[in-house]
Design a protein around this ligand. Sequence first.
Ligand code: SF4
Length: 252
Amino acid sequence: MIYLVEHFYSIQGEGKFVGTPSLFFRFGGCNMKCEGFGCSEIAPDGAKVVGCDTVYAVNKEHFSRNWAPIESHHELLAVLELYELPGAVDIVLTGGEPLIYANDAIFVAFLEVLVERGHRITFETNGSLGVDFEKYPVYRECVFALSVKLANSHEPLSKRVRGDVIFSVASEAKEAFFKFSIDKDSIDIALEDEIDSITQHAPHIPIYCMPLGGNKAEVEANTEPLIEFCKAKGYNFSDRLHIRIWDENKGV
Ligand code: SF4
């Protein structure tokens, strides 16, 4: 069963296409927890759940009563009709981890119609789940923002860094780039080594680093040290425009 957490029409706030008008679909569920990010939210059942800044789209146990079950790709396509879109805008599929649905027939059918209509599709993925490009060629038409998790996520290395998946996506997809969330206290030699060990699996694709944080104050505190890090390493700095503008507000 596919779960849709929310959808909203906004601008892309981070990564290569920052500023681009985009329709976001946030899908529910993830194969990780990333409790190291230390964000927390009170669930509808009253539980305080710790995780990343989208913990409400990750933790099925405590949040799924707010998620919409999707039973047909037409339900997903109907979302486009809810907005006065100025044409075939960018579609961003995020989560949670949207690729937990990569083999779902409803999900694939949705992608195929979007591509047929001329939308650019970007997956915001943690880069740990493989995609069958042979069986589902539609994925070759998509862009993959590989937000591979670092040690600060507190996820085990073998789970968060899958060199075979990174290589496959970077080789087969229309476009791919790395996107790392970094806080100022993590910037050291170990972090540099870690990024090198991840990006070696696809050395030809661009690297974007963005400040970690679930709210404006945290993002701002991490920004300048991260810019210095990017300057030293030759990486691209990516702001998190949506958090800087809308702070902790969701669905914007
Ligand atoms: S992989 Fe991404 S969505 Fe999943 S828990 Fe980690 S940061 Fe959140």
